[in-house]
Write a protein that binds this ligand. Structure first.
Ligand SMILES: *Cc1c(COP(=O)(O)O)cnc(C)c1O
Length: 371
């Protein structure tokens, strides 16, 4: 089969920047002329605006999402000998942050309907060493937070949320950003709120956690040239902050476009033998990904590519099956739900710049391939 050129891109980042080209270029120019190249008014303004948007008291910018997770864990005092409950089905960065502070990621399988950590399985994974439960709002759908928060309270544990894929999502009518003790964000360009490079943040309503993250990300110094802890350098760049301020003002509207596209898929795709995403009654997701499930996933992806439709797999290798985690001694079959998801999930094109015409092409191709 000869591959046609891609006619439906997976995510059109160029179109996103083009829609806001004027204000984005003005924002970059503003920083260029300001003389503030680390911290300063743009970074502070974004932190204040994002805290307000998420409903948290504090927001601390970081260099990226992985750093946000690592610094938040360190700020909570997690270190060697500690255990952190993580989803077995997530992007590898969630696990890497736990490992980076010297703690052990303890995986818990997802609810296969939502792909998010299954709260009913957490209790059995707790030990005397557990310090934190780290749910991920995967694909933009909030994890089932009520039982997780209750469990953490009961056992005296902290809850750290990985919200890298969930900017603007709500749970029980309140935006993600302040339900747990701290919430970590990535503004990697492809996220729902994306910068023009690396960027991240932590939101929290605990001023001590916020101050500690800021100190650790600033060399472990709260006063210039006085270093109390071996910290690191991870700060939100003011150019990225200025761009994020422009895009934050459009986030809800862009998420609504994703919601509309998801509704079109959800109406058109039943009956094709594909597993479709299901949404918890408490959750209003922002559809970072629209993930279907098929036992013939690789063949389906290949055929869609032949029809000019780009798809991706989130994620093709479950964390416990990665070479980096061979030392945990977990066999693929030890976490069968994560294993099966890694073999069967397929992410369809979705984003604020996916046109109805492009989406109809995706749906037509799926009808032909599976019908
Ligand atoms: C993107 C992402 C991260 C890492 O963010 P970076 O900014 O790329 O470091 C962490 N967790 C999840 C779930 C992500 O999707």
């Amino acid at each position: 089969m000869t591959l046609q050129p891609v006619t439906v891109p997976f995510l059109d980042l160029h179109a996103a920047t083009a829609e806001l080209a004027g204000p984005i270029e003005q924002a970059v120019l503003r920083v260029t002329r300001s003389g503030y190249y680390i911290g300063g008014p743009e970074t502070e303004a974004f932190e204040a605006e994002f805290a307000e948007y998420t409903g948290a008291a504090c927001c601390v910018g970081t260099g990226n999402g992985l750093d946000a997770l690592e610094l938040a864990l360190r700020a909570m005092g997690v270190g060697p000998g500690d255990e952190v409950i993580v989803p077995s089905n997530t992007y590898i960065a969630t696990w890497l942050a736990v490992s980076a502070v010297g703690a052990r990621p303890v995986p818990v399988e997802p609810d296969p309907a939502t792909h998010n950590i299954d709260p009913a399985r957490i209790e059995a994974a707790l030990s005397a060493r557990t310090r934190v439960i780290l749910p991920v709002h995967l694909y933009g759908q909030p994890a089932d937070l009520a039982p997780i928060l209750a469990l953490a309270k009961h056992h005296g544990l902290r809850v750290l949320e990985d919200a890298a894929q969930a900017q603007g999502a709500t749970w029980r009518g309140r935006r993600i950003g302040s339900h747990g003790d701290a919430v970590c964000w990535s503004f990697y360009p492809g996220k729902n709120l994306g910068a023009l490079g690396d960027a991240g943040a932590v939101t929290t309503s605990d001023p001590e956690i916020a101050a500690e993250i800021r100190r650790l990300g600033n060399y472990g110094s709260s006063r210039k040239y006085i270093c109390e802890t071996r910290g690191t350098n991870s700060r939100l760049d003011p150019i990225q902050a200025a761009v994020l301020r422009v895009k934050l003002a459009h986030l809800d509207a862009w998420n609504d476009r994703r919601r509309a596209a998801a509704a079109v898929y959800l109406a058109a795709l039943p009956g094709l033998g594909l597993g479709l995403p299901s949404v918890l009654p408490d959750a209003d997701p922002v559809w970072h990904q629209f993930v279907v499930r098929s036992s013939r996933r690789d063949e389906l992806q290949h055929r869609l590519a032949g029809a000019g439709i780009a798809t991706l797999i989130h994620y093709p290798v479950a964390p416990h099956m990665q070479e980096a985690y061979a030392d945990l001694g977990l066999a693929a079959d030890d976490l069968p739900i994560a294993r099966d998801l890694s073999r069967e999930v397929l992410s369809l094109p979705i984003g604020p710049h996916l046109t109805r015409e492009m989406q109809d092409r995706v749906i037509d191709a799926l009808l032909q391939q599976t019908g």
